[in-house]
Design a protein around this ligand. Structure first.
Ligand SMILES: [Zn+2]
Length: 448
């Protein structure tokens, strides 16, 4: 099933409504780097909060960590990244564009038809120098994944949490990969945010926990509103598996450019802790009191990208429909992900309405992410909120001055209800937590 909206429309909406801008735009931008605007930063935070809530807060068997982006260089030798975190690269001898060897079919440049060089292996880690002396000894890497920080802290997590296995460490943070060909908007970028769980288990239970996490992670996207039809699981073939991995599934989403990876769940076996134990000289085995056994734990790793989720949630929420003869663009985002929960809109910018509207805005601000807007017609303002996915708009009109009631407009049904100002906060809270927007209740209703 192909995606229902083009990438151009998503990019345009992101720019127009303050989700995502090209980085360093006044200097012409920087390839594949993006800045997140007022709406984008809220959506990103909400995605990360939702992940953290499911993976850490609601569980007894996972603890959070935040490890350093820069790590000891030996970490990347032990992990295998120095030797083999590479892509085969070919370069056009005429225009000097570089390609991943796997994306060109012949030995001709896809851009100009020029001859391509033989493939050479290109390491995807960003290198930099630590300290004031420029020599090889100071060379360090920007981490290409957050996982290693959790592997090397395995002992700390077990000791500090006073928990038994299975036990997970979770972390959200920036990773960097010097991709040969980034692209598709924010799908493949050189700087991105990882949401990773390293779940340490007894080896003979690894298969069970692997299946468990594949299911959990798939359902997470569905619970947050992604249509099941646009998601699929794809098992890695033998030739595709990392040499240490026992098994791996990708959760794929039907992006405009086709089915692409949203998240990977891998059974990494005991590779990581074995490697770090050997290279560091520390014993990273685990003594299991119950079975009286000592073993190197296996690791189940669900690894997701914040930006890819961001893109999938936007695409899946995007709809165009005709309302009163005009096209309405609406993001039907799950309320918990919506950047703005409540917009406060006086019917017009009028000196009689403004004080009450400001008062209501002030009352709601501590409880919800809100937006105040009194510019242009009320219809235009509703459309702007629809385009950023705001679930509810609260409108203050002249009648409000007399009866102390305001109108709540529902993004999805366009239905409106009137509620006393004293009950506004409570009503919004129950609606945001999923109570249906029922216009036949005790409240008076009005036409849109
Ligand atoms: Zn070329």
């Amino acid at each position: 099933m192909s995606s229902k909206v083009s990438m151009e429309k998503i990019v345009s909406l992101c720019k127009r409504r303050g989700f995502v801008f090209p980085s360093s735009e006044i200097y012409g931008g920087l390839a594949s780097c993006w800045d997140y605007g007022p709406m984008g930063v809220e959506l990103k935070r909400n995605i990360k909060d939702a992940w953290w809530r499911t993976v850490v807060q609601e569980r007894e068997d996972v603890v959070g960590l935040e490890t350093s982006i820069m790590m000891h260089p030996k970490v990347w030798e032990a992990s295998g990244h120095v030797a083999s975190f590479t892509d085969p690269l070919v370069e056009c001898k005429s225009c000097h564009l570089r390609w991943r060897a796997t994306e060109v079919d012949s030995n001709k440049c896809p851009k100009c038809g020029g001859e391509l060089t033989e493939p050479r292996m290109f390491n995807l880690m960003f290198k930099t120098l630590m300290g004031p002396v420029e020599d090889e000894a100071g060379t360090i890497y920007l981490r290409p994944e957050t996982a290693q920080g959790m592997f090397v802290n395995f002992e700390n997590a077990v000791t500090i949490s006073r928990k038994k296995l299975p036990l997970g460490s979770a972390q959200i943070g920036k990773s960097f990969r010097n991709e040969i060909t980034p692209g598709n908007f924010i799908f493949r970028t050189r700087e991105f945010e990882h949401m990773e769980l390293e779940y340490f288990v007894k080896p003979d239970t690894a298969k069970y926990w692997f299946d468990y996490w594949v299911r959990e992670r798939f359902n997470w996207y569905v619970t947050l509103g992604i249509d099941k039809e646009n998601l699929r699981l794809r098992q890695h073939g033998k030739e595709e598996l990392a040499h240490y991995a026992e098994d791996c599934y990708d959760i794929e989403y039907s992006f405009p450019m086709g089915w692409s990876e949203l998240e990977g769940i891998a059974n990494r076996g005991d590779y990581d802790l074995t490697q770090h134990a050997e290279c560091s000289g520390r014993d990273l085995s685990y003594y299991d009191n119950e079975s009286g056994q000592r073993y190197i734990p296996y690791i189940i790793e669900p690894s997701a990208g914040v930006e890819r989720s961001f893109l999938a949630f936007l695409i899946d929420a995007y709809q165009e429909e005709t309302v009163e003869g005009e096209t309405r663009v609406v993001l039907r985002l799950c309320p918990s992900l919506a950047p703005i929960k409540v917009a406060v809109l006086p019917l017009s910018r009028n000196e009689k309405l403004t004080p009450l509207a400001r008062e209501i805005h002030k009352q709601l601000r501590p409880n919800f992410m809100t937006w105040y807007d009194d510019s242009q017609s009320i219809g235009r303002r509703y459309r702007r909120q629809d385009e950023v996915g705001t679930p509810f708009c609260v409108t203050i009109d002249f009648q409000s001055l007399e009866d102390r009631q305001v109108t709540i407009r529902d993004r999805d049904s366009l239905a409106q209800i009137r509620v006393p100002i004293g009950e506004l906060e409570k009503t919004l809270r129950t609606k945001l937590s999923g109570e249906p927007f029922d216009v036949s209740s005790l409240w008076a209703t009005r036409q849109k």
